[in-house]
Write a protein that binds this ligand. Sequence first.
Ligand SMILES: CC(C)(COP(=O)(O)OP(=O)(O)OC[C@H]1O[C@@H](n2cnc3c(N)ncnc32)[C@H](O)[C@@H]1OP(=O)(O)O)[C@@H](O)C(=O)NCCC(=O)NCCS
Length: 402
Amino acid sequence: MTLTLRTLTADELAPFQRVVNSAFLLDSAEDRLERWRGLFEPERHRGVFDGDELIGGGGIQTRDITLPGAGPHPVAAVTGVAVLPGHRRRGVLTRVMRAQLHGLHEEGREAIAALWASEAAIYPRFGYGLAAEFTRLEIPRGARFHPGASVGEDRVREVPREEAMPFARAVYEDVRPGRTGWLSRTDAAWDHQFADAEHDRDGLTAYRFALHPEGYAVYRVKPDWQERGPRNELHLREIAARTDEAYAALYRYLLDLDMVGELKSYTAADDPVVHLLEDSRLALRGRSDSLWVRVVDVDRALAQRRYGSDVDVVLEVADGFCPWNAGRWRFAVKDGVATVQRVDDAPDVVLDVQALGAAYLGGTKLTTLARAQRVSEVTEGALKALSHAFSGDREPHCPEVF
Ligand SMILES: CC(C)(COP(=O)(O)OP(=O)(O)OC[C@H]1O[C@@H](n2cnc3c(N)ncnc32)[C@H](O)[C@@H]1OP(=O)(O)O)[C@@H](O)C(=O)NCCC(=O)NCCS
């Protein structure tokens, strides 16, 4: 039977979710299907069919992502990539990826795509680069802040979910434009992110909401009573604040909760809490990849973010999967704004589109990629200047898996 690929229809959410559940080894759950309904954009989902049977596919959520120095810009947030176990390694994913990326280019829609990868080996072949990382953090209760740290006078209060969510959304919206990697969230995205069905909690409590006048923290607790007393784990799901003082106050509150042994979270790679601590080594840290970014159109993508310093170089870009990007581009930054033009001039720096995606959010350094033999410098000094221009003053961070 030959495989066919087409756009899904609105009534194909259930079969699509069956494929995703099967691929991700999940039980089916009615509430998850309902939550997905609000996120499902059928015209942006592609399915691959064996006869009438949907056997794989992948979709796009229409979102904005905050870019370095440039605020929110459209991103194709790739999601629900799945192929039924019995149909793997026959090129189904490759067809979906090609349809997505070629479609974005042809329609002139989002200039970049981004995703979280279940396995890091899957997406580089399609031109995705490792653009952002998260830190897995563990801090023991009571860990003190350095003597100069101020938490202000405002109290942190625990409030019910209904009261907390509108406030959290307002804070998130205020903070988001300045946080590289943060995504716009529709009502459905908020509902999905903070859905609280018991079967999705892995034995933890429901979400709790701690509010400060300028910020919020959302967490769960994993019960743990040991012979020496309570050692509950506080699992911090999201924290955001309009001011550094509020941010410190929220962490102080969480770290002082009685009955807790340890605070655990997946947070920004440069979460300042490590430096708030008097003894930074109390914060155990481990890093791993979060966002993978794919530059769909080199010229449009590079022109839409801002840069930290001026530079004028010719890039030679290799891109086997999206050939319209391949070739030489003059990349010139003046006062943070880039112009990008196709040229025939000799290159100063040679790189794959994957490296461009990795560097795009200002997290992964081009100089690091050069040391990993993924970027080469032709003109002395060009790489350092380019890498400096791309680097952001904060690590990119994506606080949600989509
Ligand atoms: C990952 C997945 C979508 C791949 O689908 P697929 O149709 O088998 O992929 P393809 O046949 O198009 O594979 C294309 C290439 O990627 C490679 N590849 C695919 N999945 C891979 C993986 N998990 N690890 C390493 N390489 C992988 C294939 O070997 C193939 O390489 P080749 O061209 O050198 O032969 C599928 O295995 C799956 O559904 N996995 C479980 C769910 C999941 O992880 N989804 C991704 C969510 S981010």
